[in-house]
Ligand binder design. Structure first.
Ligand SMILES: [Zn+2]
Length: 134
């Protein structure tokens, strides 16, 4: 099973089948959000009292060190480190927009793309380090 690490503190934030996040919605309310650790599975779990709306921008934070996970590639994309069963680290980018299904996994040489909305980011100016893949 893949492990997911915070890029800042490098601690484990996958527990069981879920990755644990602290998120802040556009009304500045904070909550805990669980996302599936399977890439391409966009199931999420949260408490019903924490309201998120489709299309809303969420800020994702590490639940352990509180670092914002926003990537330097695009403000809509958060970044995590994926540590696979062989111990290889890759970067995983996913959309912070509620309901937007786009995930990119890259080892710096190749990119694996998942999600129905992933194509959206190929049209953005997403920084030189990533642009060469599209
Ligand atoms: Zn952290």
């Amino acid at each position: 099973m893949n492990d997911f690490l915070c890029p800042k503190c490098r601690e484990h934030i996958r527990v069981g089948d879920n990755i644990i996040f602290k998120v802040k919605n556009s009304r500045k309310q904070s909550g805990i959000l669980l996302l599936s650790s399977q890439i391409g599975n966009y199931t999420s779990i949260k408490h019903p009292s924490f309201e998120i709306r489709n299309g809303e921008y969420l800020e994702f934070f590490c639940p352990l060190c509180n670092a914002p996970l926003m990537s330097d590639i695009h403000k809509n994309l958060a970044r995590l480190i994926l540590n696979d069963e062989k111990g290889k680290n890759t970067d995983v980018y996913f959309s912070q927009i509620v309901g937007e299904q786009s995930t990119f996994e890259t080892d710096g040489e190749s990119v694996h793309v998942a999600g129905a909305d992933a194509g959206k980011y190929t049209y953005f100016k997403i920084g030189e380090q990533f642009k060469k893949y599209f």
